[in-house]
Design a protein around this ligand. Structure first.
Ligand code: ACM
Length: 539
């Protein structure tokens, strides 16, 4: 090879060095280069299904499933097969050793194996391509452990509906960036999106329309139980746990539209009498509590490995004005000696948390529930009030595990660029850099951080009528959140991240995800005049 060609090839191979997102927690160079030839064998996990092979080959590995007795150039192994005394990763982590002979992923769990796969895949993609020749990957060793165990994204399905294909595409991209929790906000005032067999009108009536399509003849958009099981299994294969949210006692309009006997009253949103007069469930009516118990039982059955059922619990006070007039609430207050409506809310929370506990799950809720006296060892708190840092501090001090998802910078319905027009602004916006730097801005002590389960971004979909706009608002900010949640604080560097982000934007686009491109400053997707979208509706 002539000297210049050799130099450029070497640069290309080393260039691939710095391509992994999220940046691994520890890596070091080893001598040499692995040559991955088309048609080589890979020994993929037997319980990984075709997913491992497909993922490698979509990246350009060109590998075949290794017969039992054949040597393989890519192998997935346990931690036991590491050399004695070798460093091991923490929970959810993996070791990737690339030598001139083989690329070995070592992990203790299926989740760790998927994470190792995703790192290897990004290195394969970044390897310089030669016509029909081998892919060359610089040798290295990565011992990688996530900073936080919970690396999440919340998708609001109620305001606008995504559909099966869109959710699977989202899960694919989450898995690539080692995000491991899809918080699925399935119910809210604008629409009920989960089929409940015992109460079919929830989906068929409560699922009609969207936030911006209130026509009486709008179709019902929801996930059937079959589709939900399919999505949960699809996510599991990719090391993503789907956590369902069934919001109560507020954000209940869609459910109450289907079953008005459970109405607990609401409020009028300024300028729009349709929003939201039936905002709450009746918190004290025996039949309503039984109705919610039945719903939660079906939810538990659909998400057996979620670990936690999120029951909302947010913004109840907006809609509790009518509660003092409800005979069941009056009787409850008298019987239980509750002195105010906050007491009624706390009683309701305890009642429903009891159901969730008996179903074998922890109870999750928005940070309002932290002040309502639920058991700290059975409850997870999602802190979202960025303007109330004391709520976070008190929840941590009380001993609740907390997921950090403050509106700033974690709500992706906020603008991401000062040049954009459509989206929320609240004393500022949520640019990529702020998402990336999070949670340093909170100044948590090491002791406080021990109580933090992890980070989560939330996409509220009031202003996203189309999938194109949901993608535009989500990406690339979710890549930044993924690195913030995975990579140790001391290794984070925004300028370096931006360089590694460039090829990720191309990957997202190639996978049909309409990410905003902050480098090219692509046009804002505003959804002005967009027609309603109802993808993948059940027959
Ligand atoms: C919320 O934003 N209401 C959790």
């Amino acid at each position: 090879m002539n000297r210049w060609l050799a130099f450029w090839t070497w640069l290309g191979i080393c260039g691939a060095w710095a391509q992994v997102v999220p940046l691994p927690s520890e890596e070091r160079a080893l001598e040499g280069v692995l040559e991955l030839r088309p048609g080589s064998f890979a020994a993929v996990p037997v319980d990984g299904g075709p997913f491992f092979l497909e993922t490698l080959n979509r990246a350009g590995a060109g590998v075949k499933m290794a017969p039992a007795d054949a040597g393989a150039v890519i192998q997935f192994l346990s931690l036991d097969s590491l050399p004695p005394g070798h460093a091991v990763p923490g929970e959810g982590g993996y070791v990737l050793r690339i030598t001139p002979e083989v690329a070995n992923v070592h992990a203790a769990t299926p989740e760790g194996r998927v994470h190792g796969l995703m790192t290897l895949v990004q290195l394969i993609e970044a390897a310089p391509k030669t016509d029909g020749g081998p892919l060359k990957i610089a040798c290295r060793e990565i011992v990688d452990t996530p900073r936080f165990g919970w690396r999440g994204f919340m998708l609001d399905e109620s305001r606008h509906f995504t559909g099966v294909d869109g959710v699977k595409r989202l899960i694919d991209a989450m898995a690539r960036y080692k995000l491991n929790r899809l918080h699925w906000h399935l119910t809210d005032s604008a629409g009920w999106r989960i089929e409940i067999l015992k109460y079919p009108k929830l989906a068929k009536v409560g699922g009609r329309g969207t936030e911006t399509d209130r026509r009486a003849e709008a179709p019902a958009a929801y996930y059937t139980q079959k589709q939900i099981r399919e999505i949960v299994a699809y996510a599991k294969e990719r090391a993503v746990v789907v956590v369902p949210e069934i919001d109560m006692p507020g954000h209940a309009d869609a459910a109450v539209a289907a079953y008005p006997e459970h109405d607990g009253g609401g409020y009028e949103q300024k300028g729009d009498p349709r929003k939201w007069p039936r905002f709450t469930f009746n918190p004290a009516r025996e039949e309503t509590l039984k109705f919610l118990d039945d719903i939660l039982a079906e939810v538990a059955d659909l998400f057996p490995e979620a670990g936690v059922i999120h029951f909302g619990g947010d913004e109840v006070h907006f809609g509790w004005k009518k509660w003092p007039q409800l005979p069941e609430v009056k009787a409850l207050m008298e019987r239980e000696k509750l002195k105010d409506l906050a007491g009624v809310e706390a009683w309701f929370n305890r009642r429903m948390a009891g159901t969730i506990d008996r179903l074998g799950f922890k109870t999750g809720g928005w940070d309002e529930i932290a002040a309502r006296g639920l058991a700290t060892d059975k409850t997870l708190i999602w802190w979202w009030h960025h303007d109330k840092p004391q709520v976070l501090k008190e929840a941590l001090a009380a001993g609740y595990p907390v997921i950090l998802t403050p509106r700033r910078p974690c709500y992706f319905d906020f603008l991401q660029d000062p040049g954009h027009k459509v989206g929320r602004v609240w004393g500022g916006i949520n640019p990529l850099a702020d998402v990336y730097q999070f949670p340093a801005s909170l100044g948590l002590t090491a002791e406080q951080e021990k109580g933090v389960l992890g980070l989560q971004a939330c996409l509220w979909t009031e202003t996203t009528v189309t999938q194109a706009r949901r993608d535009f608002m989500t990406w690339p900010r979710l890549v930044a959140l993924a690195e913030a949640a995975w990579t140790p604080a001391a290794r984070k560097d925004f300028a370096d991240f931006e360089q590694r982000l460039r090829p990720q934007i191309a990957w997202l686009k190639q996978r049909g995800i309409a990410s905003w491109d902050p480098f090219e400053k692509t046009l804002e997707v505003t959804d002005a005049g967009a027609a309603p979208e109802y993808p993948d509706l059940p027959e």
